[in-house]
Design a protein around this ligand. Structure first.
Ligand code: ATP
Length: 267
C-alpha cells in the first residue's frame, strides 16, 4: 500500500519530549492504582505501556486524557502543564486518542467522518445539510490518503472491514493535528497481519509528523515490533523502562509475567 504523507505544520524534532509525566499518582480507596509514575515520550516515537491486569494502565491513560484527575504529580505537553484539565481542553491542547471500540459514525461515509473531525477541530458546527458537506473536503481526502483509505472515501463506515475502520479512526484522530496520540489497545480484535499493518502505518505517520504515540497493547508481538521503547507497570509502580529488548530481558518483568518471558499474552 502506498501512503502519502503531507505535513500541515513543521514536525517537532525527534528527541524533544512532547509528553512529560512526573510522579503521577491515583488511588481508589486503599488501592494505589498508579503510584508515583514518571516517564516521557519524544516527538516521532512510539512508547508502549504494558503490564498485567490491574497494573494501572487505564488509570494512567485516563489521567493523561483528562478523564481522571491525579491525586499528585504533573503532566506536561510540549512543556505546558495539562494536569487535571478536562478532556475537551486536553484534546484542544493537542492530545488525540483512538479507542478500543471504533468511534466512527456508521451511517456516514468515510470522508464525512473525517470532515466532521476537521470541522470540530476548526471550532465550526457540523450540519449534514447544504454546503457543510463540502467543507474541508480536500483536507479530509489528504488525511485519507495518508492512511490509505482515499479510494473508500464514499463508502459508509458501517460497511467497512474492521481493519479499514481502524484506519479511518486514525485519520479522525489526525484531523486534530495531535502532538500526542494516545492509543488504547489499538489492535484489539484485529487479525495478526492487520495489526502489523496498522502499527507500521502509525509509526510511519508519527515519525513523519513528529507525533509522540503512547499505546497500551496486549499483543507482545506488536509491542516488540512497533515500539521505540516500553514502560512496564505492575500494581501501580513503574518497574521497567527501556527498549523492547531490554524490557524482555528484565528479570522483574519476567517475574511479573510469571515466567512467560513477556513474549505472549501479557495483560
Ligand atoms: N474507578 C475505580 N474504582 C475503584 N478501583 C479502581 C477504579 N479504576 C481502577 N481501579 C483499580 O485500580 C487498579 C488499576 O486498574 P486499571 O484499570 O488502571 O489497570 P489496567 O492495567 O488498565 O488493567 P487491565 O489490563 O485489566 O485493563 C486495579 O486494582 C483496579 O481494580
Amino acid at each position: 500500500m502506498s501512503v502519502v504523507l503531507q505535513q500541515s505544520r513543521a514536525p517537532a524534532m525527534a528527541g524533544d519530549p512532547v509528553l512529560v509525566v512526573r510522579d503521577l499518582a491515583k488511588s481508589f480507596g486503599g488501592v494505589r492504582a498508579v503510584d508515583g509514575v514518571s516517564f516521557s515520550v519524544e516527538a516521532g516515537t512510539m512508547l508502549a505501556l504494558i503490564g498485567p491486569n490491574g497494573a494501572g494502565k487505564t488509570t494512567c491513560f485516563n489521567m493523561l486524557n483528562g478523564q481522571l484527575r491525579p491525586d499528585k504529580g504533573e503532566v506536561l505537553l510540549g512543556g505546558r502543564p495539562i494536569t487535571g484539565m478536562k478532556p475537551r481542553a486536553v484534546w484542544r491542547m493537542g492530545v488525540g486518542r483512538t479507542f478500543q471500540i471504533t468511534a466512527t459514525f456508521t451511517s456516514m461515509t468515510v470522508r464525512e467522518n473525517v470532515q466532521m473531525a476537521l470541522i470540530s477541530h476548526a471550532g465550526e458546527i457540523w450540519s449534514p445539510f447544504g454546503r457543510a458537506r463540502d467543507r474541508h473536503k480536500a483536507a479530509a481526502d489528504a488525511l485519507l490518503a495518508q492512511v490509505g483509505m482515499v479510494e473508500q472515501a464514499e463508502r459508509a463506515c458501517g460497511v467497512l472491514a474492521y481493519g479499514d475502520l481502524k484506519r479511518v479512526e486514525l485519520a479522525v484522530a489526525l484531523a486534530n493535528q495531535p502532538k500526542l496520540l494516545l492509543m488504547d489497545e489499538p489492535t484489539a480484535g484485529m487479525a495478526p497481519r492487520e495489526r502489523i499493518e496498522l502499527m507500521a502505518l502509525t509509526a510511519e505517520i508519527a515519525a513523519a509528523k513528529g507525533i509522540a504515540v503512547l499505546f497500551t497493547e496486549h499483543d507482545m508481538d506488536v509491542v516488540f515490533t512497533h515500539s521505540d521503547s516500553v514502560i512496564v507497570l505492575d500494581r501501580g509502580l513503574l518497574i521497567a523502562h527501556g527498549t523492547a529488548e531490554e524490557v524482555r530481558r528484565d528479570p522483574n518483568v519476567r517475574a511479573v509475567y510469571l515466567g512467560s518471558g513477556a513474549t505472549s499474552g501479557g495483560h
